[in-house]
Design a protein around this ligand. Structure first.
Ligand code: NAD
Length: 479
């Protein structure tokens, strides 16, 4: 078998110890790898590089396209950028996949039988990092959900389920509130799901879905969700399965992929031969599958399961009465190596020979919808009176066919006919519509000029469009 080039980073804290253990095990198991090492993390940050990675390291990553990464320490204090977020964005790693499995009765868990894979969208949502302070009172963060981004992650979840013999894909979203952003995520889940009749589909509103996941994770199989919910719930799922020290994850893109443990660099445990290498080892198992060495992946995974069954445990999962031998990182790796070729007796043995390689996922290219400008939301920083005062001032201001339709504060209608009880801040969304008549962009400019000339502080505008006749904007609450 030809050797596959991969890029390896040993990271910080317990990183070098668990990476040594992992590489030793997978090499002994027969992995055919050509390893290139790069330096990332604390030392690079402290040399004044705020990204935590040297520019030349990208050359290795974009050439090998496979990154096995140990955890790093992000120094305290401002200015340091998250290397994980940077790597995901630069390499376009849109899917974060985290299998969360319980290993009862060998590792204590509240949820025997749990075996859930969280598929988290990795690039969009509130993580675009587009935030603004708009007034003395108001800060905003843009939540961006795109059609192609959602198509890719949802299709990835279904393809993953098929490739791994999984039976059900569940979608978590909050489209009862965010009807457009989470709404498109849900509707794409429904339409792509229809292409997979062999797989059961279900949808949960994220809040009650999260409660169900924490209470009865056994009812879930593959769960796909937007970035923020996935960030939070993938940690919850890993923790309730047994231990964050046991979970690996991968970040998959069209061109590159990154594999890691989900835990951090645990600096207090570093250099003492204490750390559990299992999370990174399971990350490496995902990597071996990804590069087409599924037989080696299964050999490693089964030997690792067998080692857990033998009660050979690192301190973090050691338990009197269940564990037989407390070992350090090196001795744990030695035990897994000794057990290569064994399969577990009670824990479910893995077989990756039937896993099909994942094909690159391409979003669809539907015809562009007909887009029509029908109005504008103009946001004002204003604190000179009550909502009715603002409504009275704005009503006479028109441009082309645009005239005031409604004013809201924090999304709730306050004019015309608002309630005096509604709490207001200094941030007013003033919606101007054309009652079905045409709107020219120049009318919006004219409207803004009139507002500014009358002393209003215009802080932002959002054009209101219809797409194939359907509103591309949410209604005002209470309007
Ligand atoms: P952590 O996951 O490093 O450690 C939390 C605790 O979990 C540790 O004190 C230790 O008791 C235990 N633990 C974690 N991994 C273990 C293992 N393999 N074996 C045994 N015990 C283990 O989280 P933290 O203390 O919040 O963060 C430490 C550093 O790691 C921070 O600088 C943080 O920014 C960084 N971090 C990096 C990554 C990453 O590189 N992917 C992820 C999370 C945190």
């Amino acid at each position: 078998m030809a050797k596959v080039p991969i890029t390896v980073a040993y990271g910080d804290g317990i990183g070098p110890e668990i990476m040594d253990a992992t590489l030793r095990i997978i090499t002994e198991a027969g992995a055919e790898l050509e390893i290139e090492t790069i330096e990332i993390g604390e030392k690079v940050y402290l040399r004044g590089n705020t990204a935590g990675i040297e520019p030349q390291s990208w050359e290795s990553l974009t050439r090998t396209k496979v990154f096995l990464k140990a955890p790093i320490t992000t120094p305290q204090g401002g200015g340091f950028k998250s290397l994980n977020v940077t790597t995901r964005k630069v390499l376009g790693l849109y899917a974060n996949v985290r299998p969360c499995v319980a290993y009862d009765p060998y590792v204590r868990t509240k949820h025997p039988g749990m075996d859930v894979v969280i598929v988290r969208e990795n690039e969009e949502d509130l993580y675009a990092g587009i935030e603004h302070r708009q007034t003395a009172d108001v800060y905003q963060c843009l939540k961006l959900i795109t059609r192609p981004g959602t198509e890719k992650i949802v299709r990835y979840a279904f393809e993953y389920a098929r490739a791994h013999g999984r039976k059900k894909v569940t979608c978590f979203a909050k489209d009862n509130i965010m009807k457009m952003t989470d709404g498109i995520f849900h509707s794409i889940f429904d339409s792509i799901g229809a292409e997979y009749p062999d797989i059961e589909k279900e949808m949960w509103i994220v809040d009650i879905g999260a409660a169900k996941l924490a209470d009865t994770p056994q009812v879930f199989d593959v769960v796909v969700m937007p970035n923020l919910y996935g960030d939070i719930l993938s940690d919850v799922a890993a923790q309730i399965a047994g231990s964050v020290g046991l979970a690996g994850s991968c970040n998959i893109g069209d061109h590159c992929a990154m594999f890691e443990a989900i835990h951090g660099s645990a600096p207090r445990r570093a250099g003492q031969n204490l750390a559990n290498p299992s999370g990174l080892l399971l990350g490496a198992v995902l990597m071996l599958n990804h590069i087409g060495q599924g037989d080696v992946a299964a050999r490693v995974h089964n030997a690792w399961l067998y080692t857990l069954e033998q009660g050979i445990h690192t301190y973090d999962i050691y338990q009197d009465g269940i564990s037989k031998q407390k070992v350090g990182t090196k001795e744990f790796a030695d035990a897994v190596i000794r057990h290569l070729g064994k399969v577990p007796n009670e824990l479910k043995a893995v077989d990756y020979s039937k896993s099909k390689p994942m094909q690159p996922i391409r979003p669809s290219s539907p015809p562009k919808p007909t887009k029509q400008l029908v109005g504008v939301d103009i946001f004002l920083d204003w604190s000179a009176g009550k909502p009715n005062d603002l409504g009275t001032l704005l009503t006479p201001i028109t441009a082309g066919n645009l005239k005031l339709n409604v004013i809201s504060n924090r999304g709730v209608k306050v004019f015309p006919g608002g309630l005096t009880e509604t709490f207001c801040v200094d941030h007013w969304r003033c919606r101007f519509m054309a009652d079905g008549n045409s709107v020219q962009p120049t009318h919006i400019v004219e409207l803004m000029q009139k507002l500014i000339s009358q002393g209003f502080d215009v802080i932002k505008t959002e054009n209101l469009y219809t797409f194939n006749g359907e509103n591309g904007f949410s209604a005002v609450q209470g309007h």
